[in-house]
Structure formats: C-alpha cells, structure tokens
Design a binder for this molecule. Structure first.
Ligand code: PEP
Ligand code: MG
Length: 758
C-alpha cells in the first residue's frame, strides 16, 4: 500500500531524519539508520544509498541488500541503473528492473529477488553526488507520491552528506569528463577568439538548509516572498510604456496568472508542511514541474511551463536573498559568460571591458542577443550541448567562435597553441588600429568611403576608433529589440540625438525600423497573430511600418526633431516598389510640415534613400532613382532572395557564394541603371566587410561601403593596394566569361599582387 500522500510520507520520514541528523552518532551509523527510516516509511524491502567516491558510485548503506556489498559494490557514472540515474540526474521508476537496458547485475548484493526499482539522484550544486533507491519484491511501479517523497528525502540527504563531509566535493563529485579538458562544438554565432573563466549568467542558488527548524518561520518567509514577487510582476505590467491592448499585455497576463496560481503556492506550502525550508520547498516543487514538463509533448504547454519555471527561479532568488544575475555582482576581468539563453537587454547589462565571450546552450543566428553581441564585438558560440554537465563556475575556457568550438580546462599545450593564434589575431588588430587616421585612397588615388554599420549608442565610439567616414547604416530596430516595450517617442529622439552628437560632422544614415519577420517583438505582432511560414519574406520592415502608420509617424517625428539644425539622412528598408518609398517619404514630409507649424527647429536638409534588398526594385530603378539621394544595397537580404536561400539557415550558408557571377552581374546591372542619376550607391551588407568580396565590389564600380567596425582596418588596408582600373578590367573579363570559380580566380589575382585576403 502506498502511503496516503507525499506530504505525510515525507513528513514522517523527515521528522525521523531530523532526529537522526541531530544525534551524535557518526556519519556511517547515521546513513545506516537513514536507509531503515526510508525503507520503512516507503514500505520497501530495500533502501540503498550510493555516494560518489573517487568518481565511482559506491554503496554506502543499505537495508535489504547484502551488508557484504557495502563499500564493495561500485558503479561507474552511467553504469547500471544507479549510474544512469546519476549520469542523467533523473529519476527512474521501474516495475521490472531487469527489463531496463542499463540494468547491470551485481551478484554480491543479492538483489535478484527484487523486481520493482525506484531511484532518485542526490544532487548538490546541480551535480549528482549520489543515488537513493528503493526496491520491492512485487513488480509494481512506485506511486507518484512515493517518488515525490523519495525526492524530498534525497534533498535532505544531500545536506547530511555535505555536513558530514561524506564526499569530497572537489574530487569525487566529478567524473573525468568534468575535470579534464573537453572540447565542445557549437554554432558560430559571432566570430572571434576569447580566453577567460566561466561565469554563469544566473549564478546557481545554493540551498544551504533543507530541513526546517521552525515551520512557521519558513511559512512566513515564503508568504513574504510571494507578495514581493507578485508586486514585481504588477509593477512590470504597470510600467508598460504604451496604451492598453496589445500582445505584451497578454504575455504579462499569463505571467501574472501563474504568479497568483493557488495550486502552485499550495504545493510549496505543503512541502514546507512536510518539514522543508522555504528554499527547499520551492526547489522541490520546481523539480516536480520539470519532471512533468518532460512528459508533455505540447509545445504551447511547454512554453507555459517555462514561464512557471522562470517565476519559480524569481521566487527562489527573493526568498534566499540571492538576487540578480552575474552582471549585478561585478565581473572578474576575463569573463566568458555561460547561459542557456539571454535577452539582448540582459547582455547589455554586462561590463563590456570584462566580458570576453558568450557561450549559449541555445541561441540562433537571428537571435536578438546575437545581433547585440556582434555590435558589442563579443564572440558568441551557440547551441553547445552538454555544457551544463561538463562545466563548473570558474573553469578556464578557450573560446574559438571562428572554428565553432570551446575548450574547457585546456592543457598547457592547448593553451599555448590557442595563445599563439590569439596573439596573431591581436597583432593584426593592432596593425589595423594604426590605419585609423589613414584615409582609404586606392593606389590609383581614388578616395573610397568606408563607413560603419551601427545600431546602439554603444557602437558610436567605434566611429572614432576606426576612423570610419560615418555611419552608413544605423539599424534603428536595435533599440526596439532591446526594449521590453515599444520605445516611446522621447526615448527614440534622445537616442537619435545622442547618435548624431557622437558622430559630430560625420554623416549618419538612419534606417527606419526593420522589425517583423524574424526580428520578433513580443509587443508587436501581426494583427491576426498568424504564424508566418517564411518570415524573411513576410510582414516586416517597411510593410509593417506602412501598415502600422503610427509607428512610422512616431519614428519620423523623433528623427526630424533629433536632427534639428543638421542634415537628416534617412532610408527605408525592403522597398519592393517605388510607391512604398513615396508613401514612407510622405509620412516624413507631413511630419515635417507639422513640426514646422509648431515652430520647431527643423533639419537643414533631408536626404531620402532606399535600400535595395528586394530584387524587384532593381527593375524599377529608372523610376525611383530620380527621387533618391542615395541607394544602399543590402546584400544580406538581396542575395538570399536572389538565390532563394534563407540567410539564417546554417545549412544553406555554403549554398551560394557572394562572389558568384550571378550576384556580380546583378550588381553591375544595378550600377549601370543608376549611372546617369545623382545617386550615391553604397553596399551595406556583410559582404562589403570581407576583403575578397570588397575587392570584387570595387572592381564593379562600388565606391562606398558600410561595414561592421571590425572590418574597417582590413578593408582600408586592402583599398590602399588596389588599382581600380586593373581590377575593373579583370572583373569585366570574368563577368563576360565566368571562370569555373570566381573566388579562386580572384584569390589568385589578389595574391599575385601581394594582397592579404583571408
Ligand atoms: C541587408 O539586408 O544587407 C542589410 C544590411 O540589412 P539587415 O542585415 O539589417 O537585414
Ligand atoms: Mg536587410
């Protein structure tokens, strides 16, 4: 018969364990008593405790198995049922133990007569330091309430084991895979190299005490924490900067619903009732939620569970007073940040000088945090599996996001090889820095405009550091991406004004928001909330801005006001047809008239531009060009549309080459189409920052590039070695009769002229 409830089973056991722990007997005697208490409490013939010693799980105490096996039976992590539990840090509940593929029979234990088996990991600091299991002669699965009681007891045991010094946490809690060097691979999200020590974004909360001394005191602590957490959520909701209605409210509403969920608080109170401290009770209920989550196959429900987990962490932090992320605790000088995932705003909270790299368990190329990290110049490796199990806070790490790998606890030889590569790359950086004040004239004497792409206030120092000619693309959506709510007009104006101030007399080209599609904002979704199959070609950029007229109007006003007394350069993204450009410009012009009526300080001039990202616009250049001051070719989007190859899909990254004759011919045609007009043409896609690609663009006739700040040095260096007539001739020949590989042809050509083109 299973006990009536987890609460009473756990309470009975915990009361008795409390006495055991308080007794003056030695640790081994305590463990021997513990297995009896649990065995009786859960009506099981067998109860055993295995603890980690020298990397192996050793039978430390048992009721029911042969006493001769104590301190004799040892299992490696991953070996047998016990080893599997420790390895996966997960519960097993089996009606027939021998039927499990990982079952490994140890004759000295005499366990062959027992059929059912249930085991839970004993966890300390998120690592399994042992396993607690029960066995029964009847082939029955243990009840959920019994498993819960077992898990509660395991938490208490973890405290006993720690306080009795039964395991050497440094040595025994870690398998060789957790102490020796390990290479892990992942997705290259932001390239670069970094060496440093692991810092967890969310420092692990250490629960020091599991068993409560004073139940009422624990209850009042948890009630207070609930109040505080609910207050925080209510405040978040009240702080939403814009009017009522909209999806952000729904999101917060769901959050709030969980925060006030009575079932959740009741379970925590029940766990405290059973004898746990507030922290242990919250953790206990969270474990249960996690277990359930794993059994749920509904992504929508799993999402909701994720919210609950978030709240549970918040509550745990409040109750334990261990608030804040690593950002608020001050970083050590060389930090490699480890997180499951990060929000862009969370990343921005870190001290840029100390943060050297980021490693994420999740993450994708289009994640907002990646866009921000790129802007900050911090390398990021994503989708790294097995990180949590292999890494400890403070471990030394070598992050090589160029090669897509991270080395944990490197050997001196590994560190030396990495150091050499790193030094070389730094040397190169230093050489580029020297080019800061050197103007990029070609060998034949033509001045090339080299500008930077930016998106945050923090990017602006890059302008001085690189000596670039201005900001050729300011992605205004970054501000939207890092905000929890739609940035109010005043905030936008302040940012644009700060950016213009920082740029001084160098030009800044503001691009109106390119949101929607893959750059999802929780507070701005499609009216009907429909999921888009193909977001890059979906409801994004100018399409959103024109449909949500208010959005563009507010931005136009903010830009016009910020640029009072100076020149405003503004361009529109994803223009597909000339009328879209007209409509967007009309929004600006009507705002200009309005502001003039208000006697506000107006921009001295407004220069309008369009981005060429949608191939269709290339056929309409004769129509649109007379209206433009400039045209900016966004090759990131343009090429994905030309080749029908999703730019954010890593599988397609090698599918086409920016140097393909098709792209080159297309760009040449664009240049010919606007040749007779007074239109400045810039390339602002990533390709302009790569030397071989930039060389080809110069050969086509491009004279203005807007690129990532880190590329300014390398591109300036290249420009100074180029003779435009010579590369122009070569390109002409290759485009008339394309060689088998344009890349190879160009590489050979450049190398023959002593140009570095890596
Ligand atoms: C582009 O598409 O090339 C571009 C510069 O815009 P974004 O990368 O922001 O889409
Ligand atoms: Mg684009």
């Amino acid at each position: 018969m299973p006990p009536p409830s987890a609460v009473s089973a756990a309470r009975t056991i915990l009361t008795r364990l409390h006495d055991v722990m308080a007794s003056r007997s030695n640790a081994q005697t305590k463990l021997n008593t513990v297995v009896d208490v649990i065995g009786e409490g859960l009506d099981s013939e067998v109860c055993s405790i295995y603890l980690l010693r020298e990397g192996q799980l050793e039978l430390f105490a048992t009721r029911g198995l042969s006493q001769d096996a104590v301190h004799v039976t040892r299992l490696a992590i991953g070996e047998g049922l016990v080893g599997t539990i420790a390895d996966n840090i997960d519960t097993l509940n089996l009606a027939e133990a021998t039927a499990h593929p990982d079952f490994s029979y140890r004759p000295e234990t005499g366990e062959d007569k027992y059929h059912s088996f249930a085991g839970v990991p004993i966890v300390r600091r998120e690592r399994a330091v042992g396993v607690l299991c029960v066995q029964h002669v009847d082939p029955r699965r243990y009840d959920e309430v019994e498993i819960e009681a077992l898990q509660t007891v395991a938490m208490v045991l973890s405290e006993l084991i720690h306080s009795a010094d039964l395991i050497d946490e440094e040595q025994t809690a870690l398998s060789p895979a957790q102490t020796g060097p390990v290479h892990l691979t992942g997705l290259k999200l932001v390239k670069g190299l970094a060496a440093g020590n692991a810092v967890f974004h969310q420092p692990r909360i250490t629960i020091e005490h599991v068993m409560a001394e004073d139940r009422d005191a624990e209850l009042s602590r948890v009630y207070l924490a609930f109040d505080k957490m609910r207050e925080q959520i209510d405040r978040m909701q009240a702080q939403a900067e814009f009017g009522v209605g909209g999806e952000h409210e729904e999101v917060l509403e769901t959050y709030k619903m969980f925060a006030y969920d009575e079932g959740w608080s009741r379970r925590i109170i029940e766990a405290i009732d059973s004898g746990l401290t507030a922290e242990a009770a919250i953790e206990r209920v969270q474990q249960r939620t996690r277990m359930r989550m794993r059994q749920i196959d509904d992504p929508l429900l799993a999402d909701r569970m994720h919210d609950l987990e978030d709240l549970s962490n918040r509550l745990l932090r409040i109750v334990s007073g261990q608030m804040g992320t690593a950002a608020s605790q001050g970083l050590r000088s060389d930090t490699i940040l480890i997180a499951r995932n990060l929000g862009p705003a969370e990343l921005l909270e870190y001290d840029k000088r100390r943060l050297k790299g980021v490693v994420l368990e999740e993450g994708s190329l289009t994640a907002h945090v990646v866009i921000v990290a790129r802007a900050m110049g911090v390398p990021v490796l994503g989708r790294v599996h097995g990180l949590k199990g292999a890494l400890r806070e403070g471990d030394e790490l070598l992050l090589d996001a160029d090669q897509g790998q991270v080395t944990l606890r490197p050997t001196p030889v590994m560190a030396e090889a990495f150091g050499a590569r790193f030094a070389k790359s730094r040397e190169r950086q230093a050489a580029y820095a020297k080019l800061r004040d050197v103007e990029p004239f070609t060998r034949c004497g033509t001045r090339i405009q080299v500008m930077i792409n930016a998106g945050l206030r923090d990017d602006m120092p890059g302008l001085q550091l690189t000596g670039a000619d201005g900001v050729g693309l300011f992605r205004t959506e970054f501000q939207f991406l890092v905000s929890a709510t739609l940035p109010a007009r005043e905030r936008q104006t302040r940012l644009y004004r700060d950016v213009l101030d920082a740029a001084g007399d160098k030009p800044v080209v503001f691009r109106t928001v390119d949101i929607g599609g893959d750059k999802v904002l929780p507070y701005l979704r499609h009216n009907d909330g429909e999921h888009e199959e193909n977001p890059a070609m979906g409801w994004r950029a100018l399409r959103v801005a024109l449909e949500r007229g208010g959005l563009l109007k507010v931005q136009a006003r903010a830009l016009l006001e910020a640029a009072g007394g100076r020149t405003l350069n503004v361009m529109f993204p994803m223009v597909s047809e000339p009328w879209e450009f007209d409509a967007a410009r009309d929004v600006f012009e009507s705002q200009r008239r309005y502001l003039k009526g208000q006697k506000k300080l107006m921009p001295e001039a407004i220069r309008y531009g369009a981005m060429l990202e949608v191939p269709a616009l290339a056929e309409m250049l004769d129509v649109i060009a007379p209206k433009l001051s400039f045209l900016s070719i966004g090759t990131n989007d343009l090429t994905q549309f030309l080749f029908a190859a999703d730019r954010s899909n890593p599988k397609l990254a090698e599918r086409y080459d920016w140097l393909s004759p098709a792209i080159m011919r297309f760009l040449r045609r664009v240049l010919l189409s606007v040749a007779g007009h007074q239109v400045d043409v810039t390339v602002c896609g990533e390709m302009g920052g790569r030397r071989l690609e930039a060389l080809a663009l110069l050969g086509l006739g491009i004279r203005r590039l807007s690129i990532t700040p880190a590329s300014v040095g390398p591109i300036k260096e290249l420009v100074r070695k180029v003779d435009l007539a010579e590369i122009g001739e070569a390109m002409k020949g290759w485009l008339a009769m394309p060689p088998p590989s344009m890349r190879e042809a160009l590489t050979e050509w450049a190398e023959a002229r002593g140009m570095e083109i890596d």
